[in-house]
Write a protein that binds this ligand. Sequence first.
Ligand code: SF4
Ligand code: SF4
Length: 190
Amino acid sequence: MDRPVNLSQRAADGAAFARIIAAESEQDVRRCYQCGKCTAGCPVAFAGDVMPHQVMRFLQLGMKEDALGNRMIWLCSTCSTCTTRCPCGIDLARVMDCLRIAAREEGRTAAGREVALFNRTFLDSVRRFGRAHEASLAALLNLKGGRPLKDIDLGIKFLARGKLKLAPTRAGRGAVARLFAASRREEAGG
Ligand code: SF4
Ligand code: SF4
């Protein structure tokens, strides 16, 4: 998941782009000191190609291509966990929103098949267990994506350190089922 930052990739208009995102989101991205608390709490970071704190770093360095050309901004569910955890008070969820808007305006189609597949599988996991079960979610995504052994070494490390649970918890399943039922009723117009 970790990816080195290549400073030579800095886009010529990157600094101006970062200023626009900072103005649109009303967030001072320069204040981010890369503590990683946003990433540690992000429920979809495990599926990202870059991590939320890296997106902030791209903006600080004016790396427009990296800030707009990653999958993370599309995976972001706007849950605002990062925002509530940030010790600098940065509303990272809002920054992500602005990046998605900018990416759409440039006609980028990063949302694509992979992210749509993730969204469907993630919601199905929440519906079944009351919250996302990361181990089965990652396994299903790999299977559906045709790469069953993708990141298997990482998964084994996470399991060994207790970062991934094999058995899903089912806490809150009833309440979540009621939310899904209400959503279906609303979609049906009633
Ligand atoms: S929690 Fe805030 S300060 Fe820490 S890396 Fe994330 S955005 Fe930066
Ligand atoms: S708002 Fe997006 S980036 Fe922030 S914790 Fe939630 S999913 Fe992750």
